[in-house]
Ligand binder design. Structure first.
Ligand code: KIV
Length: 270
């Protein structure tokens, strides 16, 4: 059975897809209406991203997003999702210690219906990842451009362009997998680094602005629909620009990712 045929997508389906070389899809949603459309079009992972701070709340970063906000949006998405795996972001400072992370992940799962949590991290978050996964919380570790670190990174820039940071990122990926991360997500890195990261681990790797060699792709839904305020990131593609309905735009994205047509060189970094 392929992942596209799964009746309800689980962490095991994602791993089997990677092992079988089947690409799968991920998109963000923040409410029941859009979640229902994504689920119906066969998106395998619906991410309730803290990008909601920017695209829904109109903030200029993800930092003001709270746990209460995440639980509220996660519950709406989970209620409308039948097939996809609902992955929910742990917001800024909600996983600063393993104890804090455990209590907050419990809320996202019990109140928000999350079936996986995502946290931005490097090897420094390995202890947090281990504590969560030891307690039955599936974890996706987000590497590369980590928007919650925008003030440390000095802006939303492509990461890992020099050898030193690229090697460090590969070591981070190994440490996070070793700590029990079930999935890695890598944002805004050169395609060659994303390929090396994927080769360094055996869990599925979801890419965004990370080139074509990842096991899956994710986009912010508002970018895919061309309604993000301000400048679109280079890696994003407006699938509604070709016309038709929102449902058709999501369907085209799913088909393109599965067939390896997205992302192409124009939506990747060298
Ligand atoms: O918050 C979000 O939507 C994300 C994606 C950009 C991957 O983390």
């Amino acid at each position: 059975m392929t992942i596209a045929e799964a009746v309800k997508v689980t962490v095991s389906h994602l791993q089997r897809a990677r092992d079988a070389g089947e690409r799968f899809t991920c998109l963000t949603a923040y409410d029941a209406g859009f979640a229902r459309i994504l689920d119906g079009e066969g998106v395998e992972v619906i991410l309730v991203g803290d990008s909601l701070g920017m695209v829904v709340q109109g903030r200029d970063s993800t930092l003001p997003v709270s746990m209460d906000h995440m639980v509220y949006h996660a519950a709406m998405v989970s209620r409308a999702t039948r097939r996809a795996l609902v992955m929910v972001d742990m917001p800024f400072m909600s996983f600063a210690t393993p104890e804090h992370a455990l209590a907050n992940a419990a809320r996202l799962m019990a109140e928000g219906g999350a079936r996986m949590v995502k946290l931005e991290g490097t090897r420094r978050q390995a202890e947090v990842v281990a504590r969560l996964t030891d307690n039955g919380v599936p974890v996706c570790a987000h590497l590369g451009l980590r928007p919650q670190y925008v003030h440390k990174l000095g802006g939303y820039r492509v990461q890992g362009r020099d050898d030193e940071t690229a090697v460090a990122m590969i070591e981070d990926a190994r440490a996070l997998e070793q700590a029990g991360a079930d999935v890695l997500l890598v944002e805004s890195v050169p395609s060659s680094l994303a390929a090396a990261l994927r080769g360094a681990v055996s869990v599925p790797v979801i890419g965004i602005g990370a080139g074509p060699s990842c096991d899956a792709q994710v986009l912010v839904l508002y970018d895919l629909l061309g309604i993000t305020p301000g400048r679109m990131p280079r890696f994003a593609k407006n699938y509604l620009a070709e016309g038709g309905t929102i449902r058709q735009a999501v369907g085209r994205y799913v088909a393109d990712v599965r067939a390896g047509r997205f992302p192409d060189a124009a939506h990747s970094f060298e």
